[in-house]
Design a binder for this molecule. Sequence first.
Ligand code: ATP
Length: 354
Amino acid sequence: MNNVLLSLENVRKRFEANTVLNGISLQVLSGEIFFLLGPSGCGKTTLLRVIAGFCQPDAGRVILDGEDITFRPAWERHIGLVFQNYALWPHLTVWENVAYGLKLRRLPGKFIQERVEEMLKITKLSPQKNLYPPQLSGGQQQRVALARSLIVRPRLLLLDEPLSNLDAKFREEMRQEIKNIQKATGVTMVYVTHDQREALTMAHRLAVMNTGEISQIGSPWHLYFSPENRFVADFVGVMNFLPGRVFAIRAGDIQVETPEGLLVAEVSRNFTVAQPVEVAFRPESVSFRPGQVNIFRATIAETEMGEGVIKVTALTPGGHRLFVNCSLEYGRRLEWGDQIVFSVPPNRVLVFPG
Ligand code: ATP
């Protein structure tokens, strides 16, 4: 418990009739990159503003480092912020922008000099230290924003969609950069995004939010492989869903009647016979070797080159569109209109209440 840095306890916020945060509780550990992931309007930014002190919750508590800061003004919280628009001083050089926070604190010149040089090194901005923000790329500007926030050694750094103004190539690069910077400084980050790829590649842990509530908290792989509900299953990664009805419950697995036939899933959740459900599986869970159960026959509607796989969209006789991944070796021989047969092992099939 003692490495919990930030704790939110049942935080609630309403804007008139609109309940934006409906009892949020979570804990962020010291030194981790914690993501708040969710669709637009789910309340991520509002939650970040509550943590920062720009928005007062109607109920609940914000505890930082063991101290209740719910009603502390923002400037006393010692929390850093990085937003999508970098808000740098255009008339100051990179060096001066980074030094700004220390100069405000009237610290000795030699101390400032050393700290700025160190921070420029960590953020790989030393070669650009005499340039002005308009002379920098978007990625470099965002690194200046990070350096400027980190130089005052905040207790916590909040990032709100910091990469959304960058084009795809810089975004990829910056993801790694931010991870490196976090490792070098050890700063705890709470990072808001609606981009699940960003969250999955960068987070130590993440909270998936849906309309003011937390759907699930865990590591990227935990949320990916063991989503607790349909919303997380759908929002994180690609998932195939089929409607169905529980046909039989046996020791260790259940059988579900679907438009594609009887499917078997090894699930532990409590279901009842005849209950409407949805069966789900990931594109990479399919096998093209002969299987005993969960066999699908489908027609290829589309193929697409992925990273190390060929992504196939296939149509079932029941009219369902399924996404399946196959090896480059196998997939390169497939064409539009071909018939494919694949199976899904019962331990890779998820079942959610319908
Ligand atoms: P996005 O990814 O689009 O930024 P978000 O998940 O960060 O979305 P919020 O910005 O927290 O969502 O907004 C959540 C809801 O709260 C929205 O319906 C928004 O209109 C509403 N909201 C936010 N701030 C205010 C405000 N100051 N006054 C009234 N409503 C607000």
